[in-house]
Design a protein around this ligand. Sequence first.
Ligand code: FCA
Length: 321
Amino acid sequence: MLSFSNSTDAWWVFGGDDSKGQDKVKIGFLVKQPEESWFQDEWKYAQQAADELGFELIKIGASSGEEVLSAIDNLAAQGAQGFVICTPDVKLGPAIAAKAKLNDLKLISVDDRFVGSNGKLMEDVHHVGISAYNIGKLSGKTLAEQLKVRGWDLEKVGYLKMTYDQLPTIAERTYGATDVLLDSGFPEANVFETPMRTLDTEGSFDAANSAITKNSDIEHWLIAGGNDVSVIGAVRALEGQGFNATDVIGVGINGSNFAINEFEKDEATGFYATIKLSAKAHGYETATMMYNWITNGEEPPKVTWTSGTLMNRANYQELMN
Ligand code: FCA
């Protein structure tokens, strides 16, 4: 019993079972930076799970504590049974967990693990995250190998370590990269700690700009950061000061559209490679875990760690799907 409405270009279903709509499983998926392509990918894959399993996915961008807490109330009011969240601030963990409990909503954190009021990770909240230190090491290994290929005089090479230490998963990534680079013989004196005020391209651009200006004797640059935007901003800052692909090796993490855009440019940029993470595991699988938990009482593992793969101009097309 379907009728088509020309005016809205939509299909309307009549005579359906009303109670069905109410019984439908509803799952929220909250992300801290909806403008970042990583989170758009997570949503895309979560939606794929929703379409396959027949639940309703409620996507919410929440970039402050206030937004997160009111979104949780809102989900409860809409009759959702659970949500997956990448929080805008890991210290909101206790407040988010309390609000979820109060509203009888199941909770899985993704990407950024909650930190309790005692400063420790909240291990009782189910979590899916990346093996941050190991992924950072892969980024450092890539930098070290490419540095050898270039054969630069190490005295003239600066390393922009783009940091954002308030987020543990990001800190572990940059530490992993730096440890491998130093182990490979890179001089400690040429490591430039470059703290970003915000975890986005602008934050990276601003932080890198001041580091580059202060070190005008440097001729070649390496860049590592916790994610792609942390490296892309620095690549743009270096371009602005006359350094291009021949003198810059930047390695990001995420491997979503921001990185692909770099690889698709006709001319190579200083964004040499990225470590591609599995947005599918973080979107499709977290949403599926939540669905199985709600519908079959199947509790997900307390913690799941995912890995990454090196992606560059040579293999990105193959790895895209
Ligand atoms: C954090 C970062 C994202 C992504 C994710 C796996 O949330 O901010 O860019 O790397 O971890």
